[in-house]
Design a protein around this ligand. Structure first.
Ligand SMILES: *Cc1c(COP(=O)(O)O)cnc(C)c1O
Length: 361
């Protein structure tokens, strides 16, 4: 872990060089809170947040709104709940939601958009996961009373399962302009929007200014133990606040978590470029291994998805063999493995992952 190894004494061995400590590349959700986060949690001022009386939550929400240049923000227990709340605000039962086929809201949220919001996902597969207005327009239902109506477009930036790909700003803005002209709303699943901002060298406020709502995660690469945020207009957040309670997400002295979230928000974005450099380094190393298919130039952020077809083995077998040697990665497809870099794995951890994979295949 880069942040922490700097604070370790010189004679303490690097955990990545200890074979009994896992190099965990399954996700950036595995990040542990930093010492600064733990201190902030211990010292947090708290109150009952259902009564709106937790000063630390209020501070986090105000700060998130400020960073995104929006009127208001809401702390939610998970990104999935944040996305579901946004979908519920912008739709009615029987509506359709346009999203990319591999999108998190379509694949990994328990079908909540159907089960709870009563909506149908209307999906298409986009190159690198990046939707364009040309791909979206044909999916919009005509305004005929006997057809289900499209209400919302949901974009994912960065796109997780397409390998951490980033929406060019012009593409997002073009989609938002066309959507608004067609009477549709745009929600942004920005679980990793700070990674996109770092990759593009722009602020999150710039990247998201035309979206009607944004969800981002504090608990991924930013390193907080729990929590995500919704940001948008005051009116949107007022509705979201009611829906959070409806879904059982009203929390009490949750300032202990918001305190870690504030540290994550203020401190972590400036370090994400290291995760991106490590991901590129990992991809370049993977490209040297016979049987592994990956184009390192396509790795823009902290997610590396590579093809193992050329090894003659399936991804599940390879990831199990890696796991036995304490290198943790997930099979995302029969022939695809995903590795996600984050601040708890440094260069030597990446080197160990590469050496282990090389010896297995
Ligand atoms: C992680 C993630 C979420 C939210 O996940 P939770 O585990 O519910 O916090 C949403 N969208 C994307 C793209 C994600 O990667």
């Amino acid at each position: 872990m880069q942040g922490v190894s700097a604070t370790k004494s010189a004679n303490e061995p690097d955990p990545a060089s200890k074979p009994d400590v896992a190099v965990d590349l399954r996700s950036d959700t595995v990040t542990k809170p930093t010492p600064e986060m733990r201190r902030a949690m211990a010292e947090a001022e708290v109150g009952d947040d259902v009564y709106g009386e937790d000063p630390t939550v209020n501070k986090l929400q105000a700060r998130a709104a400020e960073i995104f240049g929006r009127e208001a923000a809401l702390f939610v227990p998970s990104g999935s709940m944040g996305n579901l709340i946004a979908i519920k605000v912008w739709t009615h039962h029987g509506n359709e939601v346009i999203c990319e086929e591999r999108g998190h809201i379509n694949q990994y949220e328990m079908a909540s958009m159907s089960a709870i919001a009563g909506c149908m996902p209307r999906t298409t597969r986009a190159p690198e996961g990046i939707l364009t207005w040309d791909l979206i327009a044909p999916l919009i239902r005509p305004k005929i009373y006997y057809r289900a109506q499209t209400a919302l477009i949901s974009l994912e930036n960065t796109h997780n399962m397409a390998g951490g790909t980033v929406y060019p700003l012009e593409v997002t803005e073009d989609i938002c302009d066309h959507a608004h002209a067609s009477g549709l709303r745009v929600h942004l699943d920005g679980a990793r929007i700070f990674n996109a901002a770092v990759a593009l060298g722009r602020s999150v406020a710039e990247l998201t200014r035309k979206s009607d709502s944004v969800m981002f995660c504090l608990s991924k690469g930013l390193g907080a133990p729990v929590g995500s945020m919704l940001v948008g207009s005051r009116e949107f957040i007022e509705k979201a606040h009611i829906l959070r309670k409806l879904l059982g997400g009203g929390m009490r002295q949750v300032g202990v978590l918001a305190a870690a979230g504030l540290v994550a928000l203020e401190r972590s974005p400036q370090n994400l470029h290291r995760d991106h450099q490590n991901a590129r380094y990992l991809a370049e190393g993977l490209a040297q291994i016979p049987g592994i298919g990956i184009d390192p130039k396509k790795v823009q952020t902290n997610i590396v998805i590579f093809d193992v077809r050329g090894t003659g083995r399936i991804a599940g077998e390879i990831s199990a063999a890696l796991g036995q040697r304490k290198v943790l990665a997930g099979a995302t497809d029969q022939y695809a493995i995903r590795m996600v870099t984050h601040y708890d794995v440094d260069r030597s951890g990446i080197d160990r992952a590469l050496a282990t994979l090389r010896s297995i295949v």
